[in-house]
Design a protein around this ligand. Sequence first.
Ligand code: NAD
Length: 478
Amino acid sequence: AAEKKAVFIIFGGSGDLAHRKLYPALYGLYKAGILKEHFAVIGTARRAWSDNYYRGTVVTSLLDIDDDQEKMQAFAKHFFYQSHDVTDSDHYIALKKLASKLDDQFETDQNRIYYMAIAPRFFGTVAEHINSEGLKTSGYNRLVIEKPFGRSYDSACELNGSLTKTFSENEIYRMDHYLGKQMVQQLTRIRLKNKTFEKSLNNKYVSNVQVTLSESLGVEDRGGYYETAGVLRDMIQNHIMQIIGAVAMDEPAKLDSESIHEVKREVFASLKDLTPDEVDKNFVRGQYGEDITGKQKAYRDEDNVDANSDIETFVAGKVEFDSERWGGVPFYVRSGKRMPAKSSRIDIVYNDAAEEIGIRPNTTVTILIEPEDGSYILVNGIDYLESNQDIIKFPEKEDYFDHAREAYESLMIDILDGNQIHFTMWDELQNAWKYVDIIRQKWDSETPDFPNYESNTMGPDAASELLEKDGNSWVWAD
Ligand code: NAD
């Protein structure tokens, strides 16, 4: 791969995200030679750290992925620390000076990547200062922004308004790390390569689609954040919506950003309107209680959680599209904490008519997105590559797991390439928020009867009843 040149400015460089995800991802790129000589990273945060101390924390963040001390030290030499308060204009001027000095030193062609690894309430402030203090350069200037992108349609509009004063839509990279996962990316490639599979994806042959993003953990030490979010905002609005978009979108003309976003824009615009009355019929919320042994705490007993909290830790729902292709096919979605296992999967359940295109009766194709080391396609629960399944011919395994990269690494390469293919665009986001807002508003107007599911179970009974009403059932059931 060709070497890329850039100065990264990481706001929140001392934080958890930076150390757990960003530094290991950048190091992966360094080992692959994509980052080599011509890059520098400025970490900024409030604390007063020396470059040396900062480099030490960077190396520490790599210890469980590598033991090549020499390489890690050489990598860390590209890191610089600048203490910074996001609201202080003078600090941006200092930052600008440092970036421009490093630009000369490392010959990075004035390219800048601004990464927001910082609390969401600062996103707008930082972007506006980048503008007012004139940090943008004549190279490229790309802004990377983490979730959450607003907490409602209105607040997302406000946030976007403050970003677009400085960055245009094609300079904004809205990170959804599920879009960096191997199987989610492969889904589109498989669709383009495999005509039978592509031809099968519509209301003629598909009975229903199920998307599950489950976690076995509870809220852990993130109670404070979670109390402001809940699964609907934290998982459904972004990750789940993007995954159903990847299944439901039309076949893109090409595998490029423009073609993908064209079909994605259309699919999100075709989300079937949800009325407040339908919310109760089509969506279920839950909050975990203790497990059967009493060893796992109820959500309301977790640290930094209100003892009467109405925040949901589980959502199941039925999403539909108003389109010729998908009209009448339920997309059942589900996400929750304290479920029996961590799993991210898509189950496509075929109907009997699918036999006419060679798909045997009662076929379910499962795309396992996670756990990471088990990225498989299952046909009726069996690894199709090992079972000589001829129902749907997918490309050979070698073809698509060759270049498996951790999601953040793969997305970081896209950012360096200026490729927005796996990022969320503003129009998609708006439609997803409008949809989710209807559910949120309805739920906020009523007091739920929480907790309503035991830890280590598949969520409240109503989540199974939701499918039973339609004569369907969850493919993954405990
Ligand atoms: P964190 O609390 O660990 O880090 C926050 C960083 O911001 C720290 O470096 C802190 O010093 C800095 N900071 C705080 N106030 C500041 C100020 N006034 N001026 C300058 N710097 C300041 O948080 P995190 O978990 O790393 O999350 C960062 C962002 O990433 C958030 O938007 C979060 O929602 C998002 N995110 C995090 C994860 C994750 O796995 N941690 C996953 C998805 C999204």
